[in-house]
Design a protein around this ligand. Structure first.
Ligand code: ADP
Length: 261
């Protein structure tokens, strides 16, 4: 309401400089709000594993646990929480690196087949644990991009397709050469995303079901990172999902060129 009044007052002066100042303040306020929300989310996400680590380590240091099995269980729990904090910190660093558009990243030609194989290799244990079958189908194309960013994009999409799948499920990865662009499709036969949540899953820290995501090792940042990478490459994302049936995410990335220096 206050902003609206200020706006009306400035407009009546038809002063471009003043109007622009108003826009700047609004943008700055919005950015500030986002920043503070981000820090509050990060603090909250770190607090939970910290509390758990402190609790278990206190008991162990004070020598209050004598049972070896119990001791081992606590150490495993500490290790689990450290791993989840480390994933979160890596995701935050990745997000901030991508958001900082000023930094030029190294672009180089990459064989997409090799990159997908690299990602799949890292999920072998998860795949066999849940008896999930991978299906890959692609023209072996070369894409010019930043290795870490394209790897992260594939890793986050394939990781979700496995994480939110069902036992004995299937994951299909398709990379297609469209001439001026590359189309990457990751489809799963998993639990699906409710319609009401579909427009929000690309927001930072948004999870459909907090308990379920955490249990599956999620930070809520994976798709926010994907969205940033795709917009950095001026690409588009298509999502189709049906609850209990599965999810398909399609990404189209225009071919990039290597800048002459
Ligand atoms: P997380 O780290 O929690 O997995 P993401 O940003 O990668 O966070 O995804 C956001 C949310 O979207 C997840 O918590 C999950 O509920 C939902 N989601 C993402 N991908 C899938 C998928 N392939 N199938 C079902 N749900 C998914």
């Amino acid at each position: 309401k206050i902003n609206h009044n200020i706006y009306a007052c400035y407009i009546s002066r038809i002063d471009l400089g003043t109007t622009l100042l108003f826009v700047d303040i609004t943008v700055a306020k919005k950015a500030e709000k986002m920043r503070s929300e981000f820090f509050s989310n990060v603090s909250h996400e770190l607090k939970t594993p910290m509390t758990s680590i402190r609790g278990y380590s206190d008991l162990l240091v004070q020598g209050l646990v004598h049972d070896e099995t119990q001791k081992h269980m606590m150490l495993e729990k500490i290790q689990e929480e450290v791993n989840s904090m480390s994933t979160l910190i890596n995701d935050i660093l990745m997000l901030s690196r991508i958001e900082n558009m000023d930094i030029e990243v190294e672009m180089m030609p990459m064989k997409m087949k090799g990159l997908v194989d690299e990602v799949l290799e890292s999920y072998q244990v998860e795949l066999s644990k849940h008896d999930i079958t991978m299906h890959t189908d692609f023209t072996d194309l070369t894409y010019i991009g930043n290795h870490q960013q394209i790897y992260t994009l594939l890793n986050n999409l394939i990781g979700n397709a496995i994480k939110y799948n069902i036992d004995h499920g299937h994951v299909f990865v398709n990379v297609e050469d469209q001439g001026q662009a590359m189309k990457v499709t990751v489809k799963d036969t998993g639990i699906g995303i409710p319609l009401a949540d579909q427009s929000r899953i690309f927001e930072r820290f948004y999870r459909v079901d907090k308990g379920r995501s955490k249990q599956r090792g999620g930070t809520g940042l994976g798709l926010a990172i994907v969205k940033h990478i795709v917009s950095h490459y001026k690409g588009v994302i298509h999502l189709t999902s049906e609850l209990g049936q599965g999810t398909t995410i399609e990404i189209i990335l225009p071919q990039q060129s290597i800048k002459e220096v």
